[in-house]
Design a protein. Sequence first.
Length: 142
Amino acid sequence: MLDFDKRLKTRGYRLTPQRRAVYEVLVENAGRPMKPEEISATCSERGAAVGMATVYRALELFCELGMARHVHLHESASYYELLDEDEHHHHLVCVGCGAIRPVEACLVGDMEKLIRDDYDFLVTSHCLSLFGYCPDCLPRGR
């Protein structure tokens, strides 16, 4: 949490109780993308009243500072998760039950090199989600 405080302060942002509450929810759910509504509800359950506008502003600030990222799960809903500089993962999304599971392996790096070499385009980030059926839903999904 000290790194969080330091990153905000060195960039001229105040550490508010609301920002701390949002960040703590992300830390406790590391590796699991969350909807802003879930984050707000979790904050409220813990006695920290954080409105939706404040949650969105905090999440956008965390993304800007490289502390979180917006995760695209091919839905209309937005998801966010804590960004760990030492960890990069993608997601498996079950279309049956909605379960989201991280995939630690990343094979997109090879594709980035190919794109750089063949198209003279430098990829600076990527996000990949694969959709299908988890083991519990597979028998019903076929």
